[in-house]
Design a protein. Structure first.
Length: 128
């Protein structure tokens, strides 16, 4: 059986890509890498990772993922800042989903900041 490809779309296996961030053996080097790992956490059903990478000022007390939603693809539409030396960045993306026979996509401009030297998700604005 071939190793599972990472849901974030890099072409790497999950273990080589976002799996290292999910299990804590690596941290995101850029805002885009964190955004991709958070998308993958939605895809593999890892709410603990999502909460752990959420800024303390905007993080919900708990997070329940909808088991009927299957995330099927990610497109990075653009980025501002968020590089290795940066302290903030915005990543625009489109995440595709399927639920109950319906298909759709969520578009968002997500804002990220460094907190304690680590990238964290601050908030996002849905795009129409």
């Amino acid at each position: 059986m071939a190793p599972r490809r990472c849901p974030c779309g890099t072409g790497l296996t999950h273990a080589e890509c976002c799996g290292r961030l999910h299990d804590g053996t690596a941290t995101a080097a850029t805002a885009e890498q964190l955004m991709r790992s958070r998308y993958s956490a939605f895809a593999v059903g890892d709410p603990a990772y999502l909460l752990a990478t959420w800024h303390h000022s905007t993080r919900p007390g708990r997070l329940e993922l909808d088991p009927d939603v299957r995330w099927t693809g990610l497109e990075v539409l653009g980025r501002i800042g968020g590089s290795l030396p940066a302290t903030e960045g915005t990543v625009s993306f489109r995440a595709h989903w399927v639920a109950g026979g319906a298909r759709g996509a969520q578009e968002e401009d997500s804002r990220f900041v460094r907190e304690g030297g680590r990238w964290v998700y601050l908030d996002g604005d849905a795009r129409s």
